[in-house]
Write a protein that binds this ligand. Structure first.
Ligand code: FAD
Length: 388
């Protein structure tokens, strides 16, 4: 067993250690045995989410007043990392539920909206979705086309969203739409939608390469009447709100990357001590030892970048560049770790009986979702050029 704890940036305090041990035990006992069943069937495990809600892991950064755990991004990162070590698709869903939909309402909605929507989300009674991406606007998220036209006492919402985590299973959604086309990005607003609203429904459920237990689908809006009171903040603030939400989201994807990479490495290290070729275990070959050493070094560096971004976020210190750096580096480290883990297992790495096959499929999402690696590089360069 690789001593992963030795690589934590800071010594975890008693509460953080308790949180880590709780989610680790839960992941090993409740999630690990069912991973491949959910993966094969593309099944989102609703019951597991109810249990995660009971444990306080579905409102991690939300104040206790609204049913949350009142924790910070460091604890959020620890939780996502532990889940990611075992099942990245559950980690992705927990990250999206907490970091996107729930956090958008917590950070930008008014008190009435928070009281109305947050307790169901933080408890896991309802799953959250968050819709920015559309078929013609991905990296260029500000180019979205969905329109919310102001009427007497409601907005008439038309359009669609693509690739939305929890598009099918989610019951509460935050979606961005144009309220004033002439103002460009400053004419985009954010709304809270509830499943059951007429004209709001899920479209095609995606059949994915990896992250298959995490539900992904289109959202469709057809003359959906959204009450005025479901507007978050003021008209025109939606895009800026979304960018701020994505900053925090990147920290959670970085943490997920660290977890996935560590999970893949732990599996490869264990296997290398069991498998014998040429009369020796694989772990006795220096070529294999060097792979393990290099991956662990990169994982530790990725974890430190992730914790730095989380630390800054918890202290309300600007962290756009640091969050993007953590996400970029950690996701690319995870890609390499998953690939090398398969290599270390050889043919056995390529079959579904060993966990590295799934890590290898799941990992690709991490350099794409919540801003691709190319977009992270653009963000980092923009920020550093501002400083120089
Ligand atoms: C499983 C999954 C879950 C998701 N969940 C959500 C969700 O819950 N909510 C949500 O809103 N979205 C979600 N997304 C969407 C995700 O955020 C987008 O897929 C991502 O932002 C990239 O957009 P795109 O797929 O349209 O790619 P594109 O923007 O079309 O990019 C294609 C390629 O071109 C590159 N590229 C684009 N612009 C530039 C540029 N200026 N310079 C250099 N290279 C560039 C990209 O880096 C990429 O390599 C999810 C996606 C997936 C696959």
């Amino acid at each position: 067993m690789i001593p992963t704890e030795s690589s934590y940036l800071t010594t975890l305090n008693e509460n953080q250690t308790f949180i880590r041990d709780t989610i680790r035990e839960f992941s090993n006992n409740k999630i690990r045995p069912l991973i491949m069943e959910w993966d094969e069937a593309q099944k989102f495990p609703t019951d597991i989410f109810k249990e995660l809600g009971n444990l306080g892991f579905l409102g991690i950064v939300v104040d206790e007043e609204f049913g949350g755990a009142g924790l910070g991004y460091l604890e959020f990162a620890i939780i996502i990392e532990e889940l990611g070590k075992v099942d990245p698709s559950i980690a992705l869903s927990v990250a999206a539920h907490n970091g996107l939909c729930t956090n958008h309402i917590f950070r930008f909605a008014n008190k009435e909206q928070k009281k109305k929507f947050l307790p169901d989300l933080t408890s896991g009674r309802k799953i959250g979705a968050w819709g920015l991406t559309e078929s013609s606007s991905g990296s260029d998220a500000g180019g979205l086309q969905s329109v919310a036209e102001k009427k007497d006492n409601y907005y008439l919402l038309n359009g669609s969203k693509n690739f939305i985590t929890h598009g099918t299973v989610g019951e509460t959604a935050v979606v961005m739409a144009i309220t004033d086309k002439a103002k460009g990005r400053k004419g985009i607003s954010a709304f809270i939608l509830e499943k059951g609203m007429k004209g709001f429904f899920a479209g095609k459920k995606e059949n994915k390469l990896g992250m298959r237990a995490s539900d992904t689908s289109q959202l469709i809006f057809e003359n959906c009447k959204v009450p005025f009171e479901n507007l978050i903040g003021n008209e025109g603030e939606g895009f800026i709100q979304a960018l701020k939400i994505l900053e925090g989201g990147r920290i959670s994807i970085a943490a997920l990357s660290v977890g996935l990479a560590q999970g893949a490495l732990d599996a490869a290290a264990k296997y290398s001590k069991e498998r014998k070729q040429f009369g020796k275990t694989l772990s006795e070959f220096q070529a294999i030892q060097f792979k393990l050493a290099e991956i662990q070094t990169n994982i530790d560096a990725a974890r430190m970048l992730t914790y730095r971004a989380a630390f800054l976020k918890d202290k309300n210190i600007p962290n756009i560049k640091e969050a993007a750096m953590a996400k970029l580096f950690a996701s690319e480290v995870a890609e390499k770790a998953a690939s090398e883990a398969v290599q270390i297992l050889g043919g056995y790495g390529y079959i579904k009986d060993f966990p590295v096959e799934k890590f290898y499929r799941d990992v690709k999402l991490l350099t794409i979702g919540e801003g691709t690696s190319e977009i992270q590089r653009i963000v980092i360069a923009k920020e550093l050029l501002k400083e120089n």
